[in-house]
Design a protein around this ligand. Sequence first.
Ligand SMILES: C[S@@+](CC[C@H](N)C(=O)[O-])C[C@H]1O[C@@H](n2cnc3c(N)ncnc32)[C@H](O)[C@@H]1O
Length: 249
Amino acid sequence: MTNTIYAVGLGPGDTMYLTPQAKAIIDNAEVVVGYTLYIDLIRDLCHNKKTIDTGMMHEVERSNLAVEEAQNGKSVAIVCSGDSSVYGMASLLFEIIDKKAYNINVEVIPGITAALSVGAELGSPLTNDFTVISLSNLLTPEQLIIKRLNAAANADMVTVLYNPRSKRRHKLIAQTKDIFLNKNPNKKIVAGYVKNAGRDNKTIWVGLLCNLNLEDIDMLTTVIIGNSQTDIIKGKMITHRGYHTKYEL
Ligand SMILES: C[S@@+](CC[C@H](N)C(=O)[O-])C[C@H]1O[C@@H](n2cnc3c(N)ncnc32)[C@H](O)[C@@H]1O
């Protein structure tokens, strides 16, 4: 028999954002594996189950533990915030199972990724083409991140920044701000961020990029930088899709 391991996206936090599919998978799992913060978010759903939680940066250890439980015949859900395939652990599970040549299926159960929950809190910044860039330099070389930021700014892309600033990594967010400000001669770029979207202690800011206070940003924050068509309307960050250029509104 082939065992299945489920990579489950929890959405931004509150169980209200958990999809019915994700909830059903967790309900049916015998073992739930995740980063401690995320296991805590779904603690109520985990009674009578074995839970395995590890600290941040232990993704490989966590995935190996989950894979071994599945190999031993247990039904396993490994949980991630947002979507499990967006800077999540889904691809790592495929890699580990392939390397170990185990006969285990991986099923990816989608969740609301931070770009979407944060986009909704800010208004409607993602109405047209957008790109998503992580500023984490742990697994991606810094030069490649900078190349991608320049490409996004040159292409007038609305840009969503995941992992924007950690306790030790402050420089990249400052460089990002400069890259986008320098590409735009009038410097009227709209930006916004949400810290802890979908959680109790949420913080929201919308303003001009030149006024973005980098000290306010941490690893629980997602930042969105608008393009030349992004405005502030009723305090919200809105990217025009172009209807006003074709139709009388
Ligand atoms: C390793 S990535 C994980 C992304 C996650 N898999 C997703 O799809 O949202 C971690 C980053 O996601 C963003 N993030 C995750 N949850 C968030 C939330 N509730 N509010 C704001 N940003 C969040 C932050 O930028 C954080 O540094």
